[in-house]
Design a protein around this ligand. Structure first.
Ligand code: NI
Length: 190
């Protein structure tokens, strides 16, 4: 797979719930490989962004599979960890607003409220249970990706806060939207 396999809004698949993986077959492992390749290829076409994570629904495969980059700050580390049937078992910490974007919501960034800490349960590619505590940006990433497996996008959290919507400027900075731009974007999102 490559970046052309990544679907974007208004593709209706993005708002569908993904199904659980019952057996980790060769097809599931191939899917994970494909997701990694698509994310890295997407990143190679984006000057200012890092492909930090992806959910299988974003390549139009409705399985509860998520990949998360090993190192968010180092584009040279192209490794990912896969999480199968991931779920948040506990929300902790505070609620904090920060910017996030999504490979399936082109050029739009939003200030989204999320919990600062979560506990996550999933299966690894070896079928063994993974339990972890995530904080800060990683906690945000897990909330965003697990939302994808439930057919929810970050823009859906801020639907009623038009001022939370921003765009990525050409210089790589997050910029405010004009009313016109906002209207145009909203017509694509819903
Ligand atoms: Ni996303």
């Amino acid at each position: 797979m490559n970046r052309d396999n990544i679907i974007t809004l208004p593709n209706p698949s993005l708002r569908e719930k993904s199904q659980r993986v019952h057996v980790i077959t060769e097809d599931v492992l191939k899917l994970i490989e494909d997701m990694e390749a698509a994310t890295i290829d997407w990143e190679s076409s984006r000057q200012h962004e890092v492909g930090v994570a992806l959910a299988a629904v974003q390549v139009d495969k409705l399985y509860r599979v998520v990949i998360v980059r090993n190192d968010f700050n180092n584009k040279d580390d192209k490794g990912f960890q896969a999480f199968i049937n991931p779920e948040i078992v506990k929300y902790e910490g505070e609620i904090e607003e920060d910017f996030e974007g999504c490979l399936s919501v082109k050029d739009v960034y939003g200030k989204v409220p999320r919990h600062t800490k979560v506990r996550v349960k999933a299966l690894g590619v070896d079928g063994k249970e993974i339990r972890l505590k995530a904080e800060g940006f990683l906690a945000r990433v897990f909330q965003h990706e697990i939302d994808h497996t439930n057919g929810k996008l970050f823009v859906d959290h801020i639907k009623d806060s038009p001022e939370a919507f921003h765009k990525l400027g050409e210089s790589g900075k997050i910029e405010e939207l004009s009313d016109e731009q906002r209207e145009e974007i909203f017509s694509i999102l819903w």
